[in-house]
Each structure stands twice: as C-alpha cells, then as structure tokens.
Design a protein around this ligand. Structure first.
Ligand SMILES: Cc1ncc(COP(=O)(O)O)c(C=O)c1O
Length: 442
C-alpha cells in the first residue's frame, strides 16, 4: 500500500497554487526518480510503470544507461547549436539514422521539440507543397494542442472550447470496431461507411479535391481511446488520398517507435504515408519532434518554417543513442513486444469474460487498452469504473493512464521484464475485480 505523506500533500498544494496546468491523473503521484521498470515518488513509494510516462520511455524509465551517457557527454560539448542558422553534424547523423528506418523514398526530416510542433510542420508542408488549403482529420483524433494542430484534434470538447474557429479542417468519422456507426455493422462495413463519408459527402458536397491538401490519421487513435481501425480503412484512406492527389499524413507520435512492434505503426496496415510525424519516444526522454517526408515532395522555401530550438544537440544525442540501441536490438524488441502482447491480451480477454465492467480489450503490440462500461449490453461508458480501477492500481503500486471516455491504457516500457508485466497485470486484475464487485453490489 502506498504511503500518503505530508510532503506529498504539501507539494501538490504548492503545485495547485502556481502551475497553470491542463490535466492530471486522479492520483497523487509526485515523481522523484525512476529506473528500468520502476518509479519512486518523493516519499520513497515505489511504483511499477505501465504508462512509459505517456509513451515516452519505451526503453525503460529515465531512458537506459546508453542514452543517459550520450546526454551527459553532449552537455559538456555544446547544447544549443542554433541549427536554424548554423550547421551541425549530430542532427544530420540522427536524421540519416531515422531515414534508414523509413520505407524507400523518404529523405527529408524537419526537427522540432514536441509532437504538436511536428504536426504544425506537417500542416504547413501539406499546404505549401500542394498549394491547397483544407485538411481532413477524424473525430476522436488527438494531434496536439497548439492552435494549428488543435484544429485537427477532435477528442473532447474541453480541449477545443473557446479556441476556434479552425476553418481549414473538416472532420470525418473514424471506424471504432467496438462502437460502430450503427449497431450490427461489422468492422469492415463501418470502415467503408467512414470512407464513403469522405468521398460522397466531404469531397462531393463540401470541398473539391483541388482544395484538400491532406488526410491526417493516427494509425491507432491514442488519446481518443486506443482505437485500432480495421486494416481496410487505412488501405482505403491511401487509395482516396492517391486518387485525389492529396497527401496521407501518419501521426506516429504515440503509436510509432516500436510501440506497436514495428518502427512505424502504419507498417501493421501494409500502407505507406507521404509524411510521418514522430515525437515522444523518439527523443529517448528528451524533447524532440520530427516531421519526415518523401524526397519527391521537395523542400519548402527557405524561411517558410523554422524554430530556434529544433536540432538541440542534447536531444539529438539522446535520440541517436536510443535509435542505435533500437537498431541493435530490433529483432529482440519485435519478438518481446509480440510475446508480451500475447500474454497481456490473453489475461485481458479472460477479464472481459469474467467481469461485467470490462466491455472491450484491444491493442497492437504494447499499445493496449481496456474499455470500461456500466453495462455490457448497452455499452454505457463506465467513467467512474475507469477512475476507480486507476486509483486502486495506484494504491497498490501500479501507474496507469486513462484515455477516451472510460478507457485505461496499459503501456509499459517495451523493455519491461516478463516478471514485472505479470506483476502489473496481477495488480490491474485485482483492481478490476475489486471495482467490479463494488459496482455490482450497488
Ligand atoms: C498522436 C499524438 N499526436 C500529437 C500529440 C501531441 O504531442 P505533444 O504533447 O508532444 O505536443 C500527441 C500527444 O499525446 C499524440 O498522442
């Protein structure tokens, strides 16, 4: 059981007074240090990490020794290279390393400092390279919170309220196999209905293909609820983009970098996009955003885009060390992600059969989630159940994050030991069982 101390309470109170924050999990975690599979708070409470700190620490909490060594070495040489105005070798080397991981035809990388910046760049690239103004994205999507990317985001009202208008975006429905557009629709039928909406409504009645620059998609919707679309949907998106001379942009900020078992999440669908955005895990714990485009798309005019801190050498050193580790351990990583997925999905499917509050379990690789419901038949979202499961798990030393309306993500570092994966699943199941019993007694 976690010990709640005065020190924790005081720190949280000071935080609430001064920090202008947007959201916090419903548990009082004040982090102090972390290593491998574990995190310690400021009162020495120890937690197993099933969050990867929002999908960042793919190779263990606080990166691994190799990443930390590269950071320390670089700090003593030069931190900020003013890459907007001067040349430096490290960003070039890192960009070459990223391109090495990409499908053929990709040869351009733009570096920024976050996911939302990577999306801003992709929006600008799409518009500048096609000379078209509109962008299609999806309901449930999360592409960031700066004003450009926020236009594409459509995960919850609280993120957009009072901030619009976003006149360059049109949203289309995203196929959710658990909650199809109409009851009884199978996943592929739902996928095709969403595609039909783009072709028969948006491109026929709203904006012509001469005006739509790109379609932005998350291969697996993240913040919107860890929704894995049918393969057919992504394949059809590629067709629609190609036939209408629009770019397909894959937002891999949460799902990329081996989270789904592949370097690019889109590889799971057998489709190649025209632009990819990456961030989060790409920096091995340091802030990085990257927008990676096909060479054939060309460059934007010098001066059309840039930023003071893109290409920061400490971030580049961390990213490169992390990428080198990933390349050396590629086969092992892929195999381990598959094995851990198999184990976790088996346990989750069993929980779905046993507990009334578990409506759906889903995921690709180690991008896994459970959706909670009040009633399996009506599928009414179980937001209270979700929160109670997260809190109970925290009290017993397991860190989890929510997403969507009533979904819990289970996203341990890819390198977590099998023993700790089992331990985490035991704590999670204990929470589900307890909440399930409590709820059914009411
Ligand atoms: C798919 C996706 N795109 C973009 C972003 C925005 O990234 P950042 O928070 O680094 O701006 C996120 C963050 O959660 C994300 O999951």
């Amino acid at each position: 059981m976690i010990r709640m101390t005065e020190k924790i309470k005081k720190t949280i109170n000071r935080d609430k007074k001064i920090i202008n924050t947007i959201a916090r999990e419903p548990y009082p975690l004040v982090v102090a240090k972390g290593s491998g599979d574990y995190v310690w708070d400021i009162s020495e409470n120890k937690f197993l990490d099933f969050t990867s700190f929002i999908s960042v620490y793919n190779f263990g909490v606080n990166g691994n020794a190799e990443i930390r060594r590269a950071i320390k070495n670089q700090v003593d040489k030069l931190m900020h290279p003013a890459f907007l105005d001067f040349y430096a070798e490290l960003p070039v080397k890192f960009a070459e390393g990223i391109i090495d991981m990409m499908p053929s035809g990709f040869g351009k990388v733009f570096f920024s400092n976050s996911g939302t910046e990577a999306i801003e760049d992709a929006i600008k690239l799409s518009k500048l390279l096609t000379k078209k103004k509109y962008i299609i994205s999806f309901y449930g999507a999360f592409h960031g919170r700066s004003i450009g990317s926020l236009g594409l985001t459509s995960a919850r009202i609280s993120q957009r309220e009072n901030l619009g208008p976003f006149p360059y975006v049109v949203h289309a429905p995203f196929p959710n196999p658990y909650r199809p557009l109409s009851s009884g629709m199978d996943p592929d039928e739902c996928a095709m209905a969403c595609i039909e909406h783009i072709e028969k409504n948006i491109l026929t009645k709203e904006y012509s293909n001469k005006e739509v620059a790109a379609i932005f998609v998350e291969p697996v919707q993240g913040e919107g609820g860890y929704i894995v679309p049918p393969k057919l949907f992504i394949k059809e998106l590629r067709r629609v983009a190609t036939e209408n001379d629009m770019l397909l942009v894959s937002d891999e900020i949460q799902s990329g970098y081996y989270r789904t078992g592949k370097f690019l999440a889109l590889e799971n669908f057998g489709v190649t996009a025209d632009i990819y955005t990456m961030a989060k895990a790409l920096g091995g714990g340091m802030p990085i955003g990257a927008t990676i485009s096909r060479t054939s798309l060309g460059d934007v005019l010098s001066g059309a885009h840039g930023g003071t801190f893109g290409g920061n050498l400490v971030s580049m050193a961390a990213g490169l060390a992390s990428l080198n580790y990933a390349k050396r351990n590629k086969k092992h990583l892929e195999r381990m992600v598959k094995e851990k997925n198999k184990y976790m999905m088996k346990r989750l499917n069993k929980m779905k059969d046993e507990y009334g509050i578990v409506g759906d379990v889903r995921g690709l690789g180690l991008m896994i989630a459970a959706e909670f419901v009040k009633d399996k038949r009506t599928k009414a979202p179980g937001a209270k159940e979700q929160e109670a499961v997260i809190k109970h798990s925290f009290d017993n030393g397991l860190m989890l994050l929510g997403c969507g309306t009533s979904v819990v993500r289970l996203i341990p570092p890819l390198t977590m030991s099998m023993e700790n994966i089992e331990k985490g699943m035991d704590i999670f199941e204990d929470a589900v069982r307890t909440v399930n019993t409590g709820m059914s007694r009411k």
